[in-house]
Design a protein around this ligand. Structure first.
Ligand SMILES: NC(=O)c1ccc[n+]([C@@H]2O[C@H](COP(=O)([O-])OP(=O)(O)OC[C@H]3O[C@@H](n4cnc5c(N)ncnc54)[C@H](O)[C@@H]3O)[C@@H](O)[C@H]2O)c1
Length: 307
């Protein structure tokens, strides 16, 4: 297949590009390099790389020419960055996705896979795990724009028959991630034997999904027709305090774990509990994420720090 990945130089996109190239696909990456280039040398040499912005319609049309599938992953993210740049965040989501759809229509692309977020669940009520059916509660510019795009894409399926998968990623983590996210930040602090900084009580929970499982889920969903919203989750709930302890242990660090009051701008993002069901993913693909947090953290340590 010929596949366009917007945001393909980012953390998830670069890992997906590597996998798709290895699987023999022709891959086009469009990325503004806002966050630098996470594609490894080998993959970079094998993709058709286009530096540019998803808000540029002409560029999106030329990038998606003759493509069978678009992974639309370009986004502004990271709690502090989004909190400081809500307009830019929403513009990239809304204008970028509109351009992506227009380009897909013009070039007769049959399927798009969009990176949504578990953030749209916000403070949704749930019992054991969040299923895709619970009432969502997007409160931030980022989550609201992601939810809007899920519905916008579903509308294109309804009216125009476009095949659509919206992927609700739950805290993806892995080796080449940067410290906007909690796992690489704690690693960095632990390796330097500096204080590991937990915001709030540390009792807030998250569901951490290892990058290889995330990529595998994306690949497995490439064949699915129709319109679907799918959690990409590990179905395991860990507190942030437990995460800090685990990273301290894995890195054999002498860091102290300290608890700080979260800055006010982070309040909208401070969700008490989040853990996702991967039942729907399993029913569609016969696959669900399987790397435990312990295994994933050890993989990161062994691949990046244990020399
Ligand atoms: N990492 C996670 O845990 C997580 C969780 C939920 C959702 N997501 C979503 O998954 C997708 C990928 O996330 P990631 O972790 O790889 O983030 P990332 O920041 O590493 O990658 C995003 C990429 O998009 C690019 N980009 C930003 N604005 C752009 C623009 N206007 N035009 C073109 N490129 C632009 C950046 O340069 C970057 O390379 C995003 O849509 C994100 O919202 C990620």
């Amino acid at each position: 297949m010929k596949i366009l990945i917007t945001g393909g130089a980012g953390f998830i996109g670069s890992n997906l590009a590597k996998r798709l190239v290895n699987d023999g696909h022709e891959v086009v990456v469009l990325d503004s390099l806002l966050r630098g280039n996470k594609l490894d040398k080998d993959t970079f040499a094998k993709v058709n790389f286009i530096k540019g912005d998803v808000r540029d319609l002409e560029l999106m049309i030329s990038a998606s020419k003759n493509c069978d599938l678009i992974f639309h992953f370009a986004a502004v993210l990271g709690v502090d960055i989004v909190a400081d740049n809500p307009v830019e965040t929403m513009d990239v989501e809304v204008i970028g996705t509109r351009n992506m759809i227009e380009a897909a229509n013009i070039n007769n692309v049959k399927k798009v896979m969009y990176a949504s977020t578990s953030g749209i669940y916000g403070h949704s009520a749930f019992e054991n795990v969040l299923t895709e059916e619970v009432l969502v509660d997007p409160r931030t510019s980022y989550a609201m724009a992601k939810r809007y795009n899920e519905i916008y894409l579903a509308s294109h399926h309804q009216e125009k028959g476009l095949n659509v998968v919206s992927l609700r990623f739950f805290n993806v983590y892995g080796g080449n991630q940067d410290n906007r996210m909690v796992v690489p930040l704690f690693f960095e602090q632990a390796i330097a034997n500096e204080s590991i900084t937990v915001f709030g009580t540390g009792k807030q929970t998250r569901d951490f999904t290892y990058i290889d499982d995330t990529v595998e889920s994306c690949v497995k969903l490439m064949d699915i027709q129709g319109c679907h919203i799918v959690n990409i989750a590990n179905e395991a709930e860990w507190t942030i305090a437990e995460l800090a302890v685990k990273i301290k242990e894995v890195t054999k660090s002498s860091s102290e774990i300290i608890y700080l009051e979260a800055p006010k701008k982070r309040y909208d993002y401070e969700v008490e509990r989040r853990v996702g069901s991967s039942e729907k993913l399993m029913s569609l693909t016969n696959f669900k994420p399987q790397t435990s947090l312990q295994e994933g953290l050890e993989l990161i340590y062994n691949q990046n720090y244990n020399h």
